[in-house]
Design a binder for this molecule. Structure first.
Ligand code: 13P
Ligand code: SF4
Length: 347
């Protein structure tokens, strides 16, 4: 039963003490997040992992690229596990390393040495390594502005992987016109634009988040027509049009802080992952908090980490046969850490 499983998790946590560490992303289910030793957005979880030198077993409650990042940032003696290997990220999978290398070669032939790559942390370790060895940095949604600004002090233009929306929204906020941005289509192997390609500054990979793309202009029109006083706040993984029509946009932590500061009685429609929206609605029961899309929008891969998988992972560690270790190959990790360290040094 659920009670028994929860009891077992508590026992194992007690028994393993500080040698066990459970980080949990804000999009995780309540049944899992209740056992997290630290919760955070992607940036906070990367920073927490990099600082924690005591834990021998890190059971990562999040998705595969986050566990890889934790492995890259921790020591060899620290082992990172993902309770369910099917917890991937469809966005991270949209930037394939062979396609990225091919794009880079083509872009170098057009632009020479005037381009720097950036990657959202929502990417594979191979992509982070590619960015690291080519002088670029990782970014998260909460520091994207600073990193894009930094990158433009290094080179004239940026290749931004893999989320076109975060790239476009961030560059737009920095005053770069949409006419200086274009999407690289990895299948057509070309930039999709009608502008002069020499005028382009921001080259966006053709990737997106399958959760955040479900928030639409239509959802906003609906809320605006029905609920005049409702504020709309969305994650920058939403499309430019949706961000444009919203009242506020920002990372997961930004959304959490905004709702924390909001006056009692205020009303909020939130465009981000369902588990977080539901949690915010529970915590802030003096405010009205709903999902911007009535269909709710869960991240199916985040949800693969559930109580049974967490318990299974912990029991295997307790028995001395841990499963699902996430181990990034040394050469890949050595290059990927360049991209992560550049990011962590800037923010
Ligand atoms: P942040 O935690 O950086 O806001 O990213 C959101 C997300 O989609 C994580 O997968
Ligand atoms: Fe990936 Fe989007 Fe899920 Fe985050 S919410 S893990 S970006 S699919």
């Amino acid at each position: 039963s659920k009670d028994e499983m929860e009891q077992r998790v508590r026992e194992i946590k007690q028994k393993l003490g500080k040698s066990l560490f459970i980080p949990g992303h804000h999009y995780q289910k309540d049944e899992v997040i209740q056992f997290a030793d630290a919760t955070g957005d992607s940036l906070q979880l990367a920073q927490i992992s990099a600082r924690n030198k005591a834990a021998k077993h890190i059971v990562f409650c999040g998705v595969h690229f986050m566990a890889e990042t934790a492995d890259i940032l921790t020591e060899d003696t620290q082992n990172v596990y993902l309770p369910d290997m099917r917890a991937g990220c469809s966005m991270a999978d949209m930037a394939d390393i062979a396609q990225t290398e091919a794009a880079w070669e083509e872009l170098q032939s057009i632009y020479g040495d005037t381009i720097i790559p950036l990657t959202y942390v929502n990417s594979t370790a191979d992509i982070k390594a590619f960015v690291g060895r080519n002088g670029g940095a990782a970014v998260t949604s909460s520091n994207a502005k600073h990193i894009v600004e930094w990158a433009l002090t290094q080179k004239e233009r940026i290749l931004f992987l893999p989320d076109q929306h975060l790239g476009r929204n961030t560059a737009y906020d920095l005053g770069i016109p949409l006419s200086q941005m274009a999407v690289w289509n990895p299948f057509a192997k070309k930039l999709i634009t009608e502008e002069n390609i020499q005028d382009l500054k921001i080259l966006l990979w053709k990737g997106h988040c399958s959760v955040h793309e479900n928030f639409t202009v239509q959802n906003i029109i609906q809320i605006r027509s029905e609920k005049k006083d409702m504020k709309i706040i969305v994650h920058p993984e939403c499309s430019r049009e949706v961000v444009e029509l919203s009242d506020y946009s920002g990372s997961t932590s930004y959304i959490i802080n905004m709702l924390e500061k909001a006056e009692p009685g205020t009303q909020w429609a939130v465009g981000t992952e369902m588990n977080l929206v539901n949690r915010l609605a529970q915590i802030h029961n003096d405010k009205t908090v709903i999902s911007l899309n009535p269909q709710m929008c869960p991240c199916l891969t985040m949800n693969r980490i559930d109580l049974p998988h967490l318990l299974w992972s912990l029991e295997c560690i307790e028995e001395g046969n841990p499963i699902n270790r996430i181990k990034v190959a040394r050469e890949t990790a050595e290059e990927a850490i360049l991209a992560l360290d550049r990011m962590l040094a800037i923010v």
